[in-house]
Design a protein around this ligand. Structure first.
Ligand SMILES: [Zn+2]
Length: 91
Protein backbone atom coordinates (compact mmCIF):
# COMPACT_ATOMS: atom_id res chain seq x y z
CA UNK A 1 0.00 0.00 0.00
CA UNK A 2 1.15 3.52 -0.58
CA UNK A 3 3.64 2.76 -3.31
CA UNK A 4 1.06 3.07 -6.03
CA UNK A 5 -0.03 6.53 -4.98
CA UNK A 6 2.79 8.24 -6.83
CA UNK A 7 1.83 6.73 -10.15
CA UNK A 8 -0.43 8.69 -12.41
CA UNK A 9 -1.86 6.04 -14.69
CA UNK A 10 -3.53 8.73 -16.77
CA UNK A 11 -0.07 9.46 -18.17
CA UNK A 12 0.08 6.00 -19.67
CA UNK A 13 -1.68 4.67 -22.71
CA UNK A 14 -2.17 1.35 -24.38
CA UNK A 15 0.68 0.39 -26.77
CA UNK A 16 -1.41 -2.23 -28.52
CA UNK A 17 -1.94 -0.90 -32.04
CA UNK A 18 -5.02 -3.03 -32.47
CA UNK A 19 -6.67 -1.62 -29.36
CA UNK A 20 -9.48 0.90 -29.81
CA UNK A 21 -7.86 3.02 -27.10
CA UNK A 22 -4.36 2.84 -28.58
CA UNK A 23 -2.44 6.06 -28.02
CA UNK A 24 -5.15 7.69 -25.94
CA UNK A 25 -4.24 9.06 -22.54
CA UNK A 26 -6.63 9.67 -19.71
CA UNK A 27 -9.27 7.27 -20.94
CA UNK A 28 -9.22 5.36 -17.69
CA UNK A 29 -8.56 2.11 -19.52
CA UNK A 30 -5.00 1.73 -18.19
CA UNK A 31 -4.68 0.28 -14.71
CA UNK A 32 -1.66 -0.65 -12.64
CA UNK A 33 -1.34 -4.41 -12.55
CA UNK A 34 1.71 -5.05 -10.40
CA UNK A 35 5.27 -4.12 -9.69
CA UNK A 36 8.03 -6.51 -10.60
CA UNK A 37 11.78 -6.85 -10.79
CA UNK A 38 14.62 -5.18 -8.96
CA UNK A 39 14.32 -2.04 -11.03
CA UNK A 40 10.82 -1.55 -9.71
CA UNK A 41 9.34 -1.54 -13.14
CA UNK A 42 5.61 -1.52 -13.14
CA UNK A 43 3.25 -3.57 -15.15
CA UNK A 44 0.14 -1.98 -16.53
CA UNK A 45 -2.91 -3.50 -18.09
CA UNK A 46 -5.34 -2.07 -20.58
CA UNK A 47 -8.90 -2.86 -19.60
CA UNK A 48 -10.10 -2.28 -23.14
CA UNK A 49 -8.09 -5.04 -24.82
CA UNK A 50 -6.49 -6.84 -21.85
CA UNK A 51 -3.01 -6.07 -23.13
CA UNK A 52 -0.24 -5.88 -20.51
CA UNK A 53 2.79 -3.64 -20.88
CA UNK A 54 5.68 -2.46 -18.74
CA UNK A 55 6.52 1.02 -17.61
CA UNK A 56 9.74 0.91 -19.65
CA UNK A 57 7.90 0.18 -22.83
CA UNK A 58 5.55 3.06 -22.20
CA UNK A 59 8.47 5.43 -21.72
CA UNK A 60 9.81 4.53 -25.14
CA UNK A 61 6.54 5.63 -26.65
CA UNK A 62 6.53 8.86 -24.67
CA UNK A 63 9.88 9.78 -26.14
CA UNK A 64 8.53 9.97 -29.65
CA UNK A 65 8.79 13.51 -30.89
CA UNK A 66 5.46 13.46 -32.65
CA UNK A 67 3.47 10.53 -31.29
CA UNK A 68 0.26 11.63 -32.99
CA UNK A 69 1.94 11.71 -36.38
CA UNK A 70 3.51 8.31 -35.73
CA UNK A 71 0.12 6.86 -34.89
CA UNK A 72 -1.39 8.27 -38.04
CA UNK A 73 1.50 7.00 -40.14
CA UNK A 74 1.25 3.55 -38.60
CA UNK A 75 -2.44 3.45 -39.33
CA UNK A 76 -1.88 4.63 -42.88
CA UNK A 77 0.83 2.04 -43.49
CA UNK A 78 -1.34 -0.76 -42.21
CA UNK A 79 -4.09 0.39 -44.52
CA UNK A 80 -4.06 0.00 -48.28
CA UNK A 81 -0.62 1.12 -49.49
CA UNK A 82 -2.09 2.68 -52.63
CA UNK A 83 -3.86 5.26 -50.50
CA UNK A 84 -1.38 5.55 -47.63
CA UNK A 85 0.71 8.32 -49.21
CA UNK A 86 -2.39 10.34 -50.01
CA UNK A 87 -3.53 10.26 -46.40
CA UNK A 88 -0.13 11.33 -45.08
CA UNK A 89 0.10 14.18 -47.60
CA UNK A 90 -3.26 15.49 -46.44
CA UNK A 91 -1.76 16.19 -43.06
ZN1 LIG B 1 -5.63 -1.66 -25.11
Amino acid sequence: MGVYLNIDVSEYWCPNEECSDYGKKGKGNVVLKEEYGKKEQRLFRCKTCGHCFSETRGTIFFNLVTPKEEVLRTLAMSANRRFAHLKIRDF
